[in-house]
Design a protein around this ligand. Structure first.
Ligand code: BGC
Length: 348
């Protein structure tokens, strides 16, 4: 079968090539790929900046945002032939650490977790893939191709759950939430947060076009410019850019008792203010800066509910480009008008 593979940490090594059929040890459920969407992490892996091949191998099958159709459910399976499924990304570490031991591998404490398409286990950008039944999630068939957006939604659901958990350390009724960055994660964060009735604001560099339209379409307010220039102090900031200056400004701007949740993975940058000054502002306002990565099965369950409640026409506008797997080069390139790029392996 064909798959999109890469030699991690070596830029320019992505190929669409023949590889053996998936090994039954990878799971008893056999799935035919329908689609896999591309996220910043895939692009970083393709650029040689991130990623790990399985032990003893040099190449990794890319892809962690999946949608597929069950072709063989396996013995005593909760699935039947034809079910649409998506696969959980992370697997627990082998020790296991306390969090992996209780099913919270998203909170892994020793870093020995593995991730499909990212860290030491093959991903979902292959014509067929196998999965353990406990790590496959049924996708609402009425979502169709939009089911490929489930994984990024899980990341948001976990981040918002984390914000709520932190906020509840004291009396807290948050009224305003700011999302920084109107990429796929930021737009989904704004849409999912809107479901709870909170007043949502989104800030991005882009001044016109699809991003402001998509934000306004579900009643949120769109801003450009600096976070510091906003005319209010958000109770919650979900930071989705990973850009140093935006992070520092968010920590300064969030209201007293507020929470800044970091979801972007950036690198480098120059500290625009001394760290102790930023920390002092947080201390004096009881603010919390919290990181959030990945998602466990509880978040996948909730994400499936939230995605199902979002407007289908709005969701379909998030997918700005479909590519065939053989056009992997274009799929893994950032183009100015892209929000979400989806690689289509087969018709739904
Ligand atoms: C994925 C997460 C993963 C993280 C770090 C993200 O792109 O959505 O599932 O944990 O990368 O590898």
């Amino acid at each position: 079968m064909k798959a999109i593979t890469v030699e991690p940490k070596k830029p320019g090594t992505v190929r669409y090539e023949d590889i053996p059929e998936p090994d039954v040890r990878e799971g008893s459920v056999l799935v035919e790929a329908i689609a896999a969407s591309v996220c910043g992490t895939d692009i970083e892996i393709a650029e040689g900046k991130y990623g790990w091949a399985p032990p003893g191998k040099t190449r990794l099958v890319l892809g962690h945002e999946s949608l597929g159709r069950v072709i063989d459910p396996g013995l005593n399976s909760p699935f039947k032939k034809g079910d649409l499924v998506s696969g959980l990304v992370r697997r627990p570490d082998p020790v296991p650490c306390p969090n992996c031991a209780v099913g919270e591998s998203d909170m892994c404490r020793n870093g020995q977790y593995t991730e499909r398409g990212i860290k030491e286990i093959h991903g979902f950008m292959s014509e067929r893939w196998r999965i353990e039944p406990e790590y496959a999630i049924k996708v609402d068939p009425t979502l169709g191709i939009l089911g490929v957006l489930l994984e990024p939604t899980t990341v948001i659901v976990k981040a918002l759950e984390t914000v709520l958990a932190v906020g509840q350390r004291s009396f807290w009724e948050p009224k305003t939430l700011l999302v920084t960055g109107a990429g796929p994660i930021g737009l989904l964060a704004a849409a999912v947060a809107s479901l709870s009735g909170i007043e949502v604001h989104v800030l991005d560099r882009v001044e016109t076009g699809l991003k402001p339209d998509l934000v306004r379409a579900h009643g949120a307010t769109y801003h450009t410019g600096s976070v510091l220039d906003l005319g209010f102090e958000p109770d919650v900031i979900v930071e989705c850019t990973g850009v140093g200056s935006v992070i520092a400004e968010s920590i300064q701007k969030v209201g007293a008792g507020g929470v800044v949740c970091l979801t972007g993975v950036g690198a480098g940058g120059i500290a625009p203010r001394a760290t102790a000054d930023i920390a002092a502002a947080a201390v004096l306002k009881n603010n919390v800066v919290v990181g959030s990565v990945n998602a466990n099965k509880r978040h996948w369950y909730k994400a499936s509910d939230r995605l199902g409640r979002l407007d289908r026409a709005w969701l379909s506008r998030l997918i700005t480009r479909y590519e065939k797997p053989e056009n992997f080069k274009q799929a893994l390139e950032r183009k100015p008008d892209d929000i979400k790029v989806v690689i289509r392996f087969s018709e739904i």
